[in-house]
Design a protein. Structure first.
Ligand SMILES: CNc1ncnc2c1ncn2[C@@H]1O[C@H](COP(=O)(O)OP(=O)(O)OP(=O)(O)O)[C@@H](O)[C@H]1O
Length: 158
């Protein structure tokens, strides 16, 4: 039986910069990524995204835009991760290190893809040009993408 885990992923943008966090523990440890995590019972996906951004980066935004829907399957694992990607340019608070993440601003042409999930280098260009996108990635372990598809969309299927 396949089951789906719903996760959020939030990127804060400011002119030519993007805020990433270095994951200090847990899933994706040792990699730069946006802020996010599991959606909890009783909250919408967007509420989960707002909460995780606040918990992990110390930044509060009520103005998220949904820009991506990504599904990840790992060979031999029954759970598909369904990641809802959001961006925002309006927020309050200064990015602050948490137990889980160390935030840092990067110029958009200096994103450290070799220290990120390998799928990121595929869909970041779509995000950075302002497109909406949808994709599926099949991983072997946490380093190899065996196959994927990725497309720009006008709207999401959910
Ligand atoms: C496989 N390719 C991937 N590429 C890019 N990003 C990925 C990803 N797979 C997961 N992600 C993101 O990684 C975070 C994990 O979050 P994760 O630590 O599991 O969640 P949460 O903070 O709720 O967990 P704990 O409370 O510590 O258990 C979460 O933002 C999720 O969207």
């Amino acid at each position: 039986m396949v089951n789906r885990k719903i996760l959020s992923l939030v990127f804060v943008r400011e002119s030519t910069k993007i805020l990433l966090g270095f994951k200090k523990r847990g899933f994706g440890q040792g990699r730069w990524n946006g802020f996010g995590g599991k959606v909890e019972q009783g909250e919408t996906i967007e509420e989960g995204a707002i909460r995780e951004l606040q918990e992990e980066a110390g930044v509060l935004s009520h103005d998220l835009s949904k820009i991506g829907l990504l599904e990840f399957e790992f060979v031999g694992e029954p759970t598909i991760l369904q990641v809802h990607v959001f961006t925002t340019t309006s927020y309050i608070g200064l990015p602050t290190e948490s137990d889980e993440m160390k935030p840092q601003w990067f110029e958009v042409d200096r994103v450290p893809f070799d220290e990120m999930w390998p799928d990121d280098s595929l869909w970041f260009p779509l995000m950075l040009k302002g497109a909406k996108f949808q994709g599926y990635f099949l991983f072997h372990g946490h380093h190899n993408i065996l196959k994927y598809n990725l497309e720009e969309v006008e709207r999401f299927k959910y």
